[in-house]
Design a protein around this ligand. Structure first.
Ligand code: NAD
Ligand code: UDX
Length: 479
């Protein structure tokens, strides 16, 4: 069918939820059903209280309120949704493998494969299957093979439609995408399928921003875009280390180079290191692919982006320990922020986890405040790291893991930033939440142990003000 009236999306996470909510809001003539095997997640998407949605994202509650129950549905009935839909998006997670072949590098495609098998099993008519998850190049081929071998002679068209939204600005990004990318087969049926998806997006995205390519180009473009973005951050972070040694200021350097229109100003903010569920995973996946195709030099080039990021997180932790007279044992360190960036409750691969881990190995007492992250998530993040540490990273890989009991006794989570900072030896700012800029820093200074150290991992605090108040302030990339 070229006119789509029923869409299903498998996976109600950070991508499936917001993208489908926006499609439903912008296309009232299309019924959109988002399904997930996680019952709690679906219940939260259906909650009356919109502040309880499983994904914290500015603007999302309004979009959900506009469409939910009208043409947007959240359900655990995966099979029913597949059967009804003409077009099925796969937005399931594709994490780095933690075992077996490709451990620590390759993308784990088991959820994608399961989706394909389930689609093939329950479909009773032809379907368009859209890869929304980020996948290694040529995954569409495997999906097609599964669909065709298990699919009772039905025809399945596979499209690649990678998602470029960033968390914290997802709704804005979906409303005004720089581009929408759709890859598909070059034959007539492939082109018809591409056109069906173009027509969906054309309800709100200008046609000239919807680009269509071959399947493999589309799949590879997603990995490449993330690799380039992450590489800019690692490049400026590499320079931040040099700034600290030389007395140059990394923010001044970034501004000076960013005004060159060939370089551009975005994604040059030096930080404690990039986090999030995508950058590291996707680059490691690219590295793995390069090795697979026997391109070791290309693999090494991209792997350095991740290694430099490990180094940046490690450098930050080390600077805290060095500055606090070479030990943080028994000292109270306040963490402002745990999420991997502001305006999200997502903590996956957040730099805060790695910095905390290094300080815990030195037996620091960590007091965390984050406006959106729940205590159980913080404990779960630290416990997960003890079990699944990348062996080639800079962090405490040779050291004994910290036990669950030690984590529970050394890490304290606060609902109030001031109690987290009260009587602390040092503050480490890990996430650039706006509210941190507007605290009563004079009062914070009074309540802290002296010398009062602040390590600003995001360079958002007012240096002049804090220094004048008496803080011993350490910023990223400032000599
Ligand atoms: P997520 O973990 O938040 O959500 C994935 C959901 O899929 C989970 O709720 C899980 O329960 C569900 N799921 C897994 N297998 C299933 C199955 N067989 N049937 C039904 N539900 C199933 O992940 P995410 O952050 O939304 O990412 C999804 C994909 O999108 C990944 O490939 C990721 O790389 C890509 N991506 C993510 C972002 C981002 O900002 N998070 C941006 C662009 C692309
Ligand atoms: C990223 C891509 O931007 C997005 O296009 C893709 O779809 C998913 O991956 P996301 O990880 O959600 O999005 O957020 P992003 O804004 O890219 O930030 C990633 C990390 O880099 C964060 O930890 C952020 O704090 C850090 N960052 C970003 C910097 O340290 N400096 C910068 O200049 C920009």
């Amino acid at each position: 069918p070229s006119k789509i009236t029923k869409i299903a999306c498998i996976g109600a996470g950070y991508v499936g939820g917001p993208t489908m909510a926006v499609i439903a809001q912008q296309c009232p003539h299309i019924q959109v059903t988002v399904v997930d095997i996680n019952e709690k997640r679906i219940a939260d998407w259906n909650a009356d209280d919109l502040s309880q949605l499983p994904v914290y994202e500015p603007g999302l509650p309004e979009v959900v309120a506009a469409a939910r129950g009208r043409n947007l549905f959240f359900s655990t009935d995966v099979e029913g949704a597949i059967r009804d839909a003409q077009m099925i998006f796969m937005a399931v997670n594709t994490p780095t493998k933690t075992f077996g072949v490709g451990k620590g590098m390759a993308a784990d495609l088991k959820f994608v494969e399961l989706c394909a098998r389930q689609i093939a099993k329950v479909a009773t008519e032809d379907k368009i299957v859209v890869e929304k998850s980020t996948l290694p190049v040529r995954t569409a081929e495997s999906i097609k093979t599964i669909l065709e071998s298990e699919g009772n002679g039905l025809t399945f068209r596979v499209l690649s439609n990678p998602e470029f939204l960033a968390e914290g600005t997802a709704i804005e990004d979906l409303y005004k995408s720089d581009r929408v990318l759709i890859g598909g087969d070059e034959d007539a049926d492939g082109q018809t399928a591409i056109q069906a998806l173009v027509d969906v997006y054309a309800n709100w995205i200008p046609r000239e921003k919807i680009i269509t390519t071959r399947l493999w180009s589309s799949e590879l473009s997603k990995l490449t875009a993330n690799a380039f973005l992450a590489q800019r951050i690692s490049s400026i972070n590499a320079i931040s280390a040099l700034c600290e040694q030389t007395g140059a200021d990394v923010d001044e350097v970034a501004r000076a180079i960013g005004m060159d229109s060939r370089i551009g100003a975005k994604f040059l903010k030096s930080s404690v290191g990039f986090g999030g569920s995508c950058f590291q995973k996707d680059i490691l996946n690219l590295v793995y692919l390069c090795h697979h195709f026997n391109l070791p030099q290309v693999a090494d080039y991209w792997e350095q982006v991740v290694m430099l990021n490990d180094y940046q997180k490690h450098r930050f932790a080390k600077r805290i320990i060095d500055s606090l007279f070479n030990t943080v044992s028994g000292k109270k360190i306040a963490f402002l922020g745990w999420a991997f960036k502001k305006d999200t409750n997502d903590t996956r691969e957040s730099a805060a986890i790695y910095v905390a881990d290094e300080l815990l190995h030195d037996r620091a007492e960590i007091h965390v405040y984050d406006p959106q992250v729940k205590a159980e998530q913080i404990y779960a993040d630290l416990e997960y790291l003890q079990k699944h540490r990348r062996t080639n990273s800079h962090s405490c890989s040779e050291q004994e893991p910290i036990t669950v009991d030690e984590i529970r006794s050394l890490v304290h989570v606060h609902n109030d930033a001031y109690t987290a900072m009260d009587n602390a030896h040092a503050i480490a700012l890990l996430t650039e939440w706006d509210e941190f800029k507007h605290y009563d820093w004079a009062a914070v200074y009074q309540a802290m142990k002296k010398p009062a150290f602040v390590f600003d991992g995001r360079n958002i605090l007012d240096r002049k003000q804090l220094t004048e108040l008496g803080f011993n302030l350490h910023s990223i990339g400032k000599g």
